[in-house]
Design a protein around this ligand. Structure first.
Ligand SMILES: Cc1cc2nc3c(=O)[nH]c(=O)nc-3n(C[C@H](O)[C@H](O)[C@H](O)COP(=O)(O)OP(=O)(O)OC[C@H]3O[C@@H](n4cnc5c(N)ncnc54)[C@H](O)[C@@H]3O)c2cc1C
Length: 210
């Protein structure tokens, strides 16, 4: 079995084999099996790249750009998740990192925006909103008292129409797709991966009967 997420592996009982690779075509993942034989099945978890990967080219994949500021200042807890007066695609949240190491200030949800560079004006708005919402961050002293560790930009892998969790035959090889989780990929990861494993088992059982 191949797990196509830039890597392939075998079940632990037979010894785990991990390989990394970058594929232009989905079917190339099957050829990269460490046994030298063609893999029975590919699991496609390529996120936003599912829009461009040959053999998938899912045109309903779009980025929803997010931008954050990581600061040293401490917040009392998670605050926000609200809309703002700065436009429909800007939001305000303050999230202390679970294991310490600062607080994340966000953010935005800019559909169709591929820009990987941080926008300093947006960063200022993010910090101003965070301090207004949560003045204790800087003891009420304003954004100049925020101690910035770094700025972050990420592209959420949005699939118009929702996550794709299904099987399909591509170039004669069974593929189980599991991508397009937008801004809820962590929260839904256990459920989606369990559903994907069930699909893999069903597909391999079906293949064995043929
Ligand atoms: C700004 C932002 C905010 C977020 N907020 C939340 C949140 O509040 N809650 C939440 O649950 N989640 C959140 N997420 C996570 C998000 O929801 C994503 O869904 C999740 O990270 C995507 O995981 P994934 O494994 O599908 O894709 P990815 O993490 O992108 O993994 C895709 C993998 O496929 C590999 N790959 C792609 N193309 C190829 C190729 N051609 N060849 C080989 N390998 C390839 C890549 O190397 C990568 O390892 C957020 C993400 C961002 C960016």
């Amino acid at each position: 079995m191949n797990f196509h997420q830039g890597m392939m592996m075998e079940p632990a009982s037979t010894g785990v084999v991990l390989k990394r690779g970058i594929f232009g075509q989905l079917s190339e993942a099957a050829d990269a099996h460490h046994s030298g034989q063609i893999a029975n099945l590919i699991v496609n978890c390529t996120g936003l790249s599912a829009g461009k990967l040959g053999g998938v080219e899912d045109k309903s994949m779009i980025p929803a750009r997010g931008q954050t500021v990581l600061v040293r200042n401490e917040a009392i807890g998670i605050v926000g998740g609200s809309g703002t007066d700065d436009g429909d695609d800007e939001v305000c949240y303050v999230i202390p990192r679970a294991a310490g190491g600062g607080t994340i200030l966000g953010g935005c949800y800019q559909k169709g925006n591929w820009d990987s560079q941080f926008d300093p004006n947006l960063a200022n708005r993010i910090m101003k909103r965070a301090v207004e919402l949560c003045p204790s961050l800087t003891d009420g002293k304003g954004i100049e008292h925020l101690s910035v560790i770094r700025h972050g930009v990420g592209l959420r892998p949005v699939r118009l129409g929702g996550t794709r969790l299904e099987k399909e035959k591509v170039s004669g090889i069974w593929v189980v797709h599991n991508y397009g989780h937008g801004g809820y990929g962590y929260q839904s990861s256990y459920g989606c991966s369990q559903a994907a494993v069930k699909l893999v088992e069903k597909t391999l059982a079906l293949r064995a009967r043929l």
